[in-house]
Design a protein around this ligand. Structure first.
Ligand code: G3I
Length: 343
């Protein structure tokens, strides 16, 4: 007899069910109806979303006393319509923050007290607006130098070291149920990692409500090694916080060159697939600690890596190509999940 069984293709969200949430960073293209194919892909493949740009200070709070939530509202509505675990990115950062934040009306640096009032107002307004809807926040982003010391941002210089703890406290006041994260890159490198471990330890000792550390995961083909990734996840998990891979992508281009303007050679596709498989094998081994893995973008065409560190290159960092089709890396990642589930 003929069977009418329809084979449903495996999705990322189904493959990692029970291990961790799997998501992507979104921009207006996906949640404002401009890129309907991309939006359909997001709905099918992911169960969590992060705002790539629309919740940054510059976007929601461009001028003193002026908030603009038009794009952010659409981002949150898209997540709600599609049952996503919605993440907000980011409350405190040194980039994409207007300079007026740190200045008085004559352009001089404001006092610690004034900046704390501004920080509290911003966090209360933004987190409060989406209370109970945005479920997790990157509260502080990239506060560390490569040597593990605190980055000399206006936040640090004007408020002092406690700006980080204060930001977490303000966010907790605004939404006591939201998960609060510290998010940074290159934490797989020993000096920065040890600075971040110290920071998290200090925050925990002071009773600051930090739920997880976000390892951004802007990776390369040869960095971090699976061993570096493994020991880094283990080190943070040992402090009792969850770990998240928050901005995953793999830069396949050599510095300054644009060698594949038309397509990625097969050998590179396969190497990228193996590289992704090796990383996901590490994540799955740590599925107790890792609660979420989020890609920084949906498909290759919308990745920031097409414009950094050089503008206008053609990069291939994600699991879906420029036409939103699955790449060999997609199959490799799903394969690792299926092997782990079979064990
Ligand atoms: O919106 C304007 C658009 O109107 C204009 O035509 C265009 C021309 O340059 O620029 C657009 O703004 C750009 C914006 O992305 C939206 O595409 C900015 O120039 C560009 O600087 C901005 O880059 C973002 C970057 O953060 C800013 O630092 C990237 O999209 C975003 O992926 C990136 O994300 C960061 C995370 O927040 C933190 N971790 C690192 C990660 C990658 O840098």
């Amino acid at each position: 007899p003929r069977s009418n069984v329809v084979v449903t293709p495996v999705t990322l969200r189904a493959a990692f069910e029970g291990a961790f949430l799997i998501g992507a960073a979104l921009n207006a293209a996906q949640f404002s109806g401009r890129d309907t194919v991309g939006a359909t892909l997001v709905r099918a493949q992911f169960n969590t979303t992060t705002s790539e740009n629309v919740l940054k200070w510059q976007a929601v709070h461009p001028l003193p006393g002026t908030y603009d939530f038009a794009a952010a509202d659409r981002y949150v509505a898209f997540g709600e319509r599609n049952g996503m675990f919605i993440v907000g990115h980011t409350l405190v950062w040194h980039k994409q923050t207007p300079s007026w934040v740190f200045q008085d009306s004559s352009g001089r640096p404001v006092s610690r007290d004034t900046l704390l009032v501004r920080l509290r107002d911003h966090i209360h307004t933004v987190v409060g607006r989406y209370r109970g809807r945005i479920r997790g926040w990157d509260v502080v982003n990239e506060a560390l130098n490569e040597d593990g010391t605190l980055r000399p941002t206006p936040w640090l210089q004007i408020i002092g070291e406690d700006y980080i703890a204060q930001a977490f406290r303000f966010a907790h006041e605004a939404d006591p149920d939201a998960e609060l994260y510290y998010n940074d890159y290159s934490l797989e490198n020993a000096p920065k990692r040890s600075g971040a471990l110290d920071l998290v330890r200090r925050l925990r000792n002071e009773g600051v409500p930090i739920a997880a550390v976000g390892l951004q995961g802007h990776d390369r083909m040869d960095w971090p090694t699976p061993a570096q990734q493994d020991s880094t996840v283990a080190a943070f998990a040992a402090l009792g916080v969850h770990v998240m891979i928050t901005e995953l992508d793999i830069d396949v281009l050599p510095p300054d060159l644009n060698p594949y303007p038309d397509s990625l050679p097969d050998s590179m596709q396969q190497a990228l697939a193996q590289r992704y498989a090796a990383l996901f094998a590490v994540y799955l081994r740590h599925a107790d600690a890792i609660t979420r893995v989020t890609f920084w973008g949906v498909s290759d065409g919308s990745s920031w890596l097409n414009n950094w560190p050089v503008r206008g290159r053609t990069n291939y960092p994600l699991l879906f190509d420029r036409l939103h089709r699955k790449k060999p890396a997609f199959e490799a990642v799903v394969g690792v999940a299926q092997q782990a589930a079979a064990r």
